[in-house]
Design a binder for this molecule. Structure first.
Ligand SMILES: [Zn+2]
Length: 231
């Protein structure tokens, strides 16, 4: 048995002027405004395969048999290991991000809505978005950092982070695109840059650090007003 504790009595870190925008990608777990892409854990796929195998084995065992009981324990064991590894991976990433940056801007995603879309479901739930956000938030409190969540309707993918032009459509399969202004974008990095800009605008204008879902005008930033809604 092993216990892993994070000490909540940690002291705030020295103030830094680094800021980062974070996009929760599909191909990658996280994409940063710096252009860095943080992948899903290497073992994620392997764990999933092991779990499927254990579940198949369980199905084949006769009800009430000793072998079935053993197989059930095996399924539970694989489940637990998968979850532990994921949590461990997220802990390491979130600690690094919070240590390195003073302000972290994320998108206020409605995860439950998106999980309804089956194609996205595995990528999103598997990567533990919600867990990741929670970790960023409590670690930011410990270390004297700031997490800003920008409106989830902010058109982060369609907006050119160089000139501010808004593309009409941006289907999910489009991974890279070039704006009329000549800027070539990686879809997720561009989104992370827009998220960062939106978050910084919110702090500068003092328009409320965390826009509430009930008040879509939470980010009353004039510059962004015509761009806020994504159809
Ligand atoms: Zn542009």
């Amino acid at each position: 048995m092993s216990l892993l504790c994070e000490d909540p009595s940690v002291t705030p870190l020295p103030v830094t002027d680094s800021v980062v925008g974070i996009d929760f990608g599909l191909d990658h777990l996280l994409v940063l405004s710096t252009g860095e892409k943080i992948g899903n854990p290497q073992h994620e796929q392997r764990d999933r395969t092991a779990l499927a195998k254990a579940q198949r084995a369980l199905c084949r065992k006769q009800k009430g048999s000793t072998n079935r009981a053993k197989a059930r324990v095996e399924v539970a064991r694989v489940h637990a290991r998968t979850a532990d590894r994921r949590t461990d991976y997220l802990r390491k990433i979130t600690t690094r991000l919070v240590r390195e940056n003073q302000t972290l801007v994320i998108e206020d995603l409605a995860v439950s809505n998106m999980v309804g879309n089956h194609r996205l479901a595995r990528a999103i739930s598997g990567a533990g978005w919600r867990q990741c956000r929670q970790m960023l938030e409590y670690k930011a409190r410990w270390y004297g950092r700031q997490v800003i969540a920008v409106d989830r309707w902010f058109p982060s993918s369609k907006l050119c982070s160089a000139c501010g032009a808004l593309a009409e459509t941006m289907p999910l399969r489009v991974r890279t695109w070039t704006c009329a202004c000549g800027a070539a974008h990686d879809r997720d990095v561009n989104a992370a840059r827009n998220i960062l800009a939106a978050g910084l605008a919110v702090t500068v204008c003092g328009a409320g650090v965390r826009p509430q879902r009930s008040s879509p005008g939470g980010q009353s930033v004039t510059k962004q007003t015509p761009l806020r809604r994504e159809p």
